[in-house]
Ligand binder design. Structure first.
Ligand SMILES: [Zn+2]
Length: 120
């Protein structure tokens, strides 16, 4: 990832969050991607993983670095959610691939065999 040349899109809510221009409850962030809680969660721990760089085409320059960063972020986020919510697991649930032309992101949430905890 080229930290000094991160490509963003002016009207993209994910770019605004990743660039700290919009508020979010971050679970994890590094130089290439971040994870934050969804504002309208469908399950405990429902969160989004997005690259810091705006990506809509997996064949575009920078997409490999974005995907690599997202994979690392997804791994750390899943581990955090599992521990903090005492969940049995955490799974990616909504890859962007099903929605063409939208910014690259992965939705993730926990699954529990018992009663889930909270992040607060
Ligand atoms: Zn974006």
């Amino acid at each position: 990832m080229r930290d000094s040349e991160v490509v963003t899109e002016p009207d993209c809510v994910f770019c605004d969050i990743a660039g700290s221009r919009s508020p979010a409850r971050f679970l994890y962030r590094d130089s290439s991607a971040c994870a934050f809680l969804d504002v309208d969660p469908v399950r405990p721990g429902h969160s989004l993983v997005v690259p810091n760089e705006h990506v809509v085409d997996l064949m575009a320059e920078g997409s490999v670095a974005a995907l690599t960063g997202m994979a690392r972020t997804l791994h750390f986020t899943a581990d955090l959610l599992k521990k903090r919510l005492d969940a049995d697991g955490s799974v990616p649930s909504s890859p962007t691939a099903l929605r063409p032309a939208r910014p690259l992101h992965i939705s993730t949430s926990t699954w529990c065999l018992g009663i889930p905890g909270t992040l607060d």
